[in-house]
Design a protein around this ligand. Structure first.
Ligand code: AQP
Length: 329
């Protein structure tokens, strides 16, 4: 079986430090290790109210960020989801495999949609589309943040059920979570995930394209915890723990608890976190500005990615269609 890595980011807002540490940076580090497909999942951004022009711009910005972060389109496939019909085609076959009971339990639907008559049907079904995104490429590993665990479980369950019912078509993927900063928390509410759909200027959300001054200001104003001891303790010191996780991830260290011992005050920790984040994001922001000046390159990347992705996914979709009982020409 070919080792295949697939992951996606939804262009539902401007990307955050959480998206970078939990996902994008990890895509870059694995791209030479396996066949990799990295996706800008624009269809998933249609599940709640959206502005069509903004969505299109955000999708383009997200591709540019993929390239600026170091994804090499000569090495991995960079694809916009809506450019590859295989995703939606397979999604329907998997909808015919999924149970309403399991979709009723999906957290996003429970939190944002259940019981509201104007909830879009797609908010209910998108976890199946996400399973199709993954399964279409015979994915073996999915590097994602901790928040995606439930979605991946569904993809695994659907693959297993389909295979049991119709024959061994799908590879059952494994989740590969980040070791540190698997869930970067909001700087103003360290009990909530840092999220790209927060209001744009939210003080608790660091955007990848924030200027160094804005990054420093947000981190220096981050909510901390009562007391003054610097400890890695998710339960009792969520604010400080979040800062330690961010620092460890930015410094490429795997032990945020050990980092805590270097600090006697919250202020000193915040200063180092701010400088570490600026050091990681500043080159990205500059590269992104260079790429934004070359839209032809970004477009060519998307065109080539769409062709390669469709070629990779088509045989699996064709096999699934045949297995489930649909005719082939
Ligand atoms: N705060 C986070 N910490 C670590 N990883 C994170 N990811 C997202 N937020 C964090 C990871 O980024 C990848 C892309 O996520 P997504 O586009 O599917 O959206 P999401 O997980 O729902 O992230 P957001 O930013 O919170 O988006 P909205 O606000 O639109 O729901 C995934 O690998 C995710 O784990």
């Amino acid at each position: 079986m070919t080792r295949t890595i697939f992951s996606a980011i939804v262009p539902s807002g401007r990307l955050t430090l959480g998206n970078y540490l939990g996902a994008l940076r990890r895509f870059v580090s694995v791209q030479h290790e396996a066949r990799c497909v990295f996706c800008i999942a624009d269809l998933h951004a249609l599940t709640t109210d959206h502005d069509p022009r903004r969505l299109c711009q955000l999708a383009e910005e997200t591709v540019t960020l993929f390239l600026a972060a170091g994804l090499d389109p000569g090495v991995c496939v960079i694809v916009r989801q809506s450019d590859v019909p295989a995703h939606t085609e397979l999604s329907y076959l998997l909808e015919c495999t999924a149970y309403t009971g399991e979709l009723n339990r999906m957290i996003q639907f429970k939190e944002k949609g259940r019981g509201r008559p104007k909830t879009r049907v797609s908010l209910y079904t998108y976890p199946v589309l996400m399973a199709a995104d993954i399964l279409a490429y015979r994915t073996t590993e999915v590097p994602v943040g901790d928040d995606q665990r439930q979605h991946l479980e569904l993809a695994r369950d659907l693959a297993l059920r389909f295979n049991r019912s119709y024959g061994e078509i799908f590879v059952v993927p494994e989740m590969s979570p980040a070791i540190v900063a698997a869930r970067v928390m909001d700087l103003q509410d360290p009990t909530a995930k840092m999220s790209k759909s927060a209001p744009y200027d939210a003080a608790g959300t660091i955007r990848l394209l924030d200027s160094p001054d804005v990054i420093r200001r947000k981190i220096m104003r981050a909510v901390t915890d009562p007391g003054s001891e610097v400890r890695h303790d998710v339960e009792n010191q969520p604010g400080i723990t979040n800062l330690l996780e961010i620092l460890a991830a930015c410094l490429d260290e795997n032990d945020p608890a050990a980092l805590a011992r270097r600090y006697q005050s919250y202020g000193a920790l915040k200063k180092d976190v701010a400088e570490a984040v600026v050091a990681v994001l500043d080159p990205l922001r500059k590269k992104c500005a260079d790429l934004a000046a070359d839209p032809a390159y970004v477009n060519a990347t998307l065109r080539a990615g769409a062709e390669r992705a469709q070629a990779l996914a088509a045989p699996t979709v064709a096999a699934a269609k045949q297995a489930i009982g649909l005719g082939t020409l």
